[in-house]
Design a binder for this molecule. Structure first.
Ligand code: NOJ
Ligand code: CA
Length: 517
């Protein structure tokens, strides 16, 4: 069936600078990723059982925003390799049945992109209208829009050469493309085709709910109450038209190509509109887990609201970390990482794992002289910790960011330890593969005492029950009647045990997946 792989599969996000360096320059690269694919899936439960990877940008870029400032959308930055190495990575991933989606950045280019260089050269240049230009207002920026990066301030920079302001919702080095210009749409469609022709399975679409802004450039409301009045530079109705266009491009290819949008919309009712009538992007990131404190009822509320609001054709997804947010293990604490993993991999919806999450990597403190990101995101982007050596097996050179405590946390140290987080992630991932209920079953909340999040999944007569203890004390929960078997516990020593479903005992910070008899 169409859509099975991205509905039932497990995704893994790779931040290319930080996964594996292959040439000793201290920066991860495509050849490094290829060399590490067996970690993700070698076809056996010794590996993580990943079905798809999302690669953050590896295109030519001056790296003002580490690749989210693209100067050539059709080439690989020399830091990361070249197109031949990309093709090899893709072929090697596909050989292991791992799909590959690439990050596409349609909202803005780099200021070093030939389009922007031409555009700023004169007001009459044919590329001028690829970007958004406006005259000063009372000697200052054209309106009150602010950039997303707090340190940037106004979303406008004055261009001395041509005497107008240009719009940028991120760095001044990332001028916003003008999505009201049909020529821009065609350019991005062509870039998508370039990668689809090369064989990628789809895209993660950067800033997908931005893109199009108020045509008259009116000010944003000064105050909002629960998202009202609406902002004029984000989540405009017209953006859906763009997404429908992309879906057509994807559907014109065989091989079941897909896209997942970065939808920065807080209100879930507005968020679910990005699923359209099954004519927009197939998935839309749900970032709400990233904002919840470690409280069972809060996570349950996110899931229930999402389940309630999603249209029938739509499929949920969940994520605990990414390259823009503090890592899950840092937010929740190591003792909770197992329950977090179990929740991510047993809910109804596609799980997105951020590299290093499977071993419980934490944010790494960055000394002030080594800070490189404008927006404070270095701690969650540090190199993957493969082994216990000081450089963690990531590089032989000087790593671009400090490396965390590899003596305490590494793949090698956890590989043969059945009680490790890595072992739990692997067991969860492979259990999910073997269980229709977990892969594609329905979701139903099971009422439980405070501090416990419990649910049932069911498909074609297969049933699984999940109970997650969010508290640091032992609990007893009633999940039904009759007996059940522990398919998997975050404590590895209970697997296979018989339990009475009316009285399931949970240790502090324990989660279990049960099969009712
Ligand atoms: C969202 C990306 O995830 C982030 O890393 C980037 O800085 C902005 N979009 C701008 O492209
Ligand atoms: Ca390198």
């Amino acid at each position: 069936m169409r859509g099975t792989w991205w509905r039932e599969g497990v995704f893994y996000q790779i931040y290319p600078r930080s996964f594996q360096d292959s040439n000793g320059d201290g920066i991860g690269d495509l050849a490094g990723i290829t060399a590490r694919l067996d970690h993700l899936n070698d076809g056996t439960p010794r590996s993580l059982g990943i079905d798809a990877i999302w690669l953050s940008p590896f295109y030519r870029s001056p790296m003002a925003d580490f690749g989210y400032d693209v100067s050539d959308y059709r080439d690989v930055d020399p830091t990361f390799g070249n197109l031949a190495e990309f093709d090899r990575l893709l072929a090697e991933a596909h050989r292991r049945n791992i799909r590959v989606i690439v990050d596409i950045v349609p909202g803005h280019t780099s200021d070093q992109h030939p389009w922007f260089k031409a555009a700023r050269s004169s007001r009459t240049d044919p590329k001028r209208d690829y970007f958004v230009w406006a005259n000063p207002r009372r000697g200052g920026p054209p309106n009150n829009w602010r950039a997303v990066f707090r340190r940037v301030g106004p979303a406008w920079t004055f261009d001395d050469q041509s005497g107008q302001y240009y719009l940028h919702h991120f760095l001044p080095e990332q001028p916003d493309l003008n999505w009201r210009n049909p020529a821009v749409r065609k350019e991005i469609d062509d870039i998508m085709r370039f990668w689809l022709d090369r064989g990628v399975d789809g895209f993660r679409v950067d800033v997908a709910s931005g893109l199009i802004r108020d045509e008259r450039l009116r000010d944003n409301p000064r105050f909002q109450l629960r998202g009202w009045p609406r902002r004029r530079n984000w989540d405009l109705d017209e953006v859906h038209e763009i997404h429908r266009g992309w879906r057509k491009v994807l559907d014109s290819y065989d091989g079941d190509r897909m896209a997942v949008g970065e939808i920065g919309v807080r209100n879930l009712r507005r968020h679910v509109r990005y699923y359209g009538e099954d004519d927009e992007l197939q998935l839309s990131f749900n970032f709400h887990f990233l904002e919840q404190p470690w409280v069972a009822e809060r996570f349950r509320a996110v899931v229930e609201e999402w389940e309630r609001l999603l249209p029938a054709h739509a499929w949920p997804d969940y994520t605990l970390s990414n390259h823009d947010r503090s890592r899950a293990t840092s937010r929740y604490g190591a003792e909770r990482a197992g329950v977090a993993a179990m929740m991510l991999l047993t809910l109804r919806g596609t799980p997105f794992i951020y590299y290093g999450e499977e071993i419980g990597m934490t944010d790494v403190p960055i000394p002030s002289n080594r800070i490189v990101d404008i927006d404070g995101r270095d701690p969650e982007r540090t190199p993957m910790q493969w082994d216990a050596s000081p450089k963690g097996g990531f590089t032989t050179g000087d790593p671009w960011l400090p490396i965390g405590d590899t003596a305490r946390t590494s793949v090698a140290a956890q590989r043969d330890d059945p009680a490790s987080l890595f072992s739990l992630y692997r067991r969860l991932s492979w259990l999910r593969k073997s269980s229709p209920a977990l892969r594609r079953g329905s979701y139903r909340t099971v009422p439980a005492a405070r501090g416990i999040f419990a649910y049932a999944r069911e498909a074609d007569g297969h049933r699984a029950l999940v109970a997650l203890n969010f508290t640091a004390s032992a609990q007893v929960v009633a999940l039904g009647s009759g007996s059940g078997r522990v398919l998997l516990s975050t404590r590895h020593d209970r697997d296979g045990a018989e339990v009475d479903l009316a009285r399931v005992e949970l240790s502090p910070d324990e989660g279990v997946v049960l099969a009712p008899a």
